[in-house]
Write a protein that binds this ligand. Structure first.
Ligand code: C2O
Ligand code: CU
Ligand code: CU
Length: 511
């Protein structure tokens, strides 16, 4: 009896010991995994490669006066770090990223997109006002080998827009491999301002992307078990260049910052905390120049800044931890404590003079929220918006062309999301009830959604309607978009009712 009780005690205490050891191991593993969260490359980047500047895409004007571009989506490979390890990539016209398309307001454009990938893709013109059938979302899929030739008239202010694939469920993967490029728009108003505007000289694209590389040099999209935002990389690419520097030859240089990362937010500034001029955001130039030393961008957002340089100096563009507003723990998991040295600016010994940046830029008509014909609430939660996950066959609502709407967008979770809408640039009315900060004072198509702080925006769908073909609105953290945090709306004429999205298997383009 006593012996039996003894062995029972022994079994129990062994079991307890096993549980303690397992829990301990679990805690150690969790602690280890947590400690692996977080990246800091400040003062650890060798700026040894000249910044690549995406070439301007050649174009021609056809018999109908349309500006015609060709864009070839294809696979490729590149040795990013100069160590002989080739990364399998994809890009437009080249191995990684794509050429910069450029058009004037008022021009009619055609882009012949040829898909040479072994899989379907689409090309979406992020920030562009255009007919839904030309938008390049998940309803305009291009089969392998096919060509899609969307055409539209550019009718919006000068801006830094971009293009990228948008296949439902595969956007993160295709963008991560390298499929993205810029689409710059020009207009007379912007051209009349004394701003640096020589492409690649004093007006330079800065497409920022974070990547992880495997031992063999491949891009890896493994997610840390604690990170719900998507893939956060530890290596910075700027226009595809690792460790980039830019030779500056003028007193002032304009940087077109594009956050083309799939999940990461950045808070850009300079290593010496110098002030710079923020002159534009997603939809174009601001009404007034904003003097600041920081600009935060979530995935998909853009900012145009002008930096003043002293002859002979070197200064580093740096991202410090973005304020995600999610609390200490969640912020850290989502990259809110990460720091990166991004790009080194190297001023020549002699700098050509540049005119001062004007205070007043372009006039902006304010949308009147009192004239809104509809007010909508969009709640970002779980794997969807307003409790529904993306469904290609469901139109979530219809907006009427020519009317103003007010949308209240709220991130109902404790982790980061952002909001992007197709076909329109919007104005931010309030952030959690307060007037927007200066960086949100211009036209926007993407905005960060800090947890539990509603953002009210006003928007107007002016030019195009189609009761059947939807536009998208979604979180631009691409893993979230791919897993259902996206909805669809149509723009209808007054009195018209929404129709039905094209059938699933439908493709666009021709072989
Ligand atoms: Cu930049 Cu719907 O995307
Ligand atoms: Cu878009
Ligand atoms: Cu999200």
């Amino acid at each position: 009896m006593a012996a039996r009780r003894h062995s029972l005690t022994r079994v129990l205490s062994t079991l307890a010991a096993v549980v303690v050891v397992l829990c301990g191991a679990g805690a150690v593993a969790a602690g280890w995994a947590f400690s692996r969260v977080g990246t800091d490359t400040v003062d650890r980047v060798d700026f040894v490669r000249p910044l690549a500047v995406p070439p301007l895409a050649p174009s021609r004007v056809d018999g109908q006066g349309r500006r015609v571009f060709d864009l070839l989506a294809r696979e490729g490979s590149r040795d990013f770090r100069g160590d002989g390890r080739l990364t399998r990539t994809a890009g437009f016209d080249g191995d990684f990223l794509g050429p910069t398309l450029r058009a004037e307001r008022g021009e009619r454009v055609v882009v012949n997109v040829v898909n040479r990938l072994p899989e379907e893709t689409s090309v979406h013109w992020h920030g562009m006002r255009l007919p839904a059938a030309m938008d390049g979302g998940p309803h305009q899929m291009i089969r392998p080998g096919a060509t899609w030739s969307p055409t539209w008239t550019v009718d919006q202010p000068a801006a830094t827009l971009w293009y990228h694939p948008h296949p439902h469920g595969r956007t993160e993967e295709q963008v991560y491999r390298g499929m993205a490029g810029l689409f710059l728009l020009d207009d007379e108003r912007a051209a009349a301002l004394p701003l640096p505007d020589r492409y690649g000289v004093d007006d330079v694209p800065v497409i920022v992307q974070d990547r992880n590389f495997s031992r063999s040099g491949q891009f890896v999209r493994t997610r840390n078990m604690f990170v719900g935002t998507g893939v956060l990389g530890d290596t910075m690419l700027v226009n595809g260049t690792v460790g980039p520097y830019l030779d500056v030859t003028t007193e002032r240089v304009r940087l077109r910052l594009v956050n083309a990362s799939t999940a990461r937010l950045y808070d850009f500034g300079f290593a010496d905390d110098r002030q710079f001029d923020l002159i534009g955001t997603d939809g174009g130039l601001l009404p007034r120049t904003v003097r600041t030393n920081r600009i935060q961008l979530s995935p998909g957002e853009r900012a145009e800044i002008v930096v003043t340089m002293r002859a002979g100096e070197r200064v580093t563009l740096r991202s410090t931890g973005p304020d995600l507003g999610a609390g200490t723990f969640a912020d850290r998991l989502a990259g809110g404590r990460d720091r990166f040295d991004v790009l080194q600016l190297r001023a020549a010994e002699q700098l050509a003079p540049s005119p001062a940046v004007p205070d007043a830029l372009v006039p902006m008509e304010r949308l009147d929220p009192a004239s809104a014909v509809a007010t909508r609430t969009l709640e970002f939660l779980g794997r969807g918006i307003n409790g529904r996950s993306m469904d290609m066959d469901r139109i979530d609502f219809a907006a009427t062309r020519g009317t103003t709407e007010v949308w209240e967008v709220v991130n109902a979770e404790d982790t980061p999301h952002n909001f992007h809408v197709h076909d329109a640039q919007f104005q931010v009315l309030t952030v959690d009830g307060d007037p927007p900060p200066p960086a949100l004072s211009g036209w926007k198509d993407t905005v960060y959604l800090p947890p539990h702080r509603p953002i009210r925006i006003a928007l107007r769908f002016t030019d195009h309607s189609d009761p059947n073909v939807p536009y998208m609105y979604h979180c631009h953290l691409l893993w979230h978009e791919d897993t259902g945090m996206m909805g669809q709306f149509v723009v209808v004429e007054p009195g018209q009712s929404p129709g039905r999205p094209p059938r699933h298997g439908d493709h666009t383009g021709h072989d």
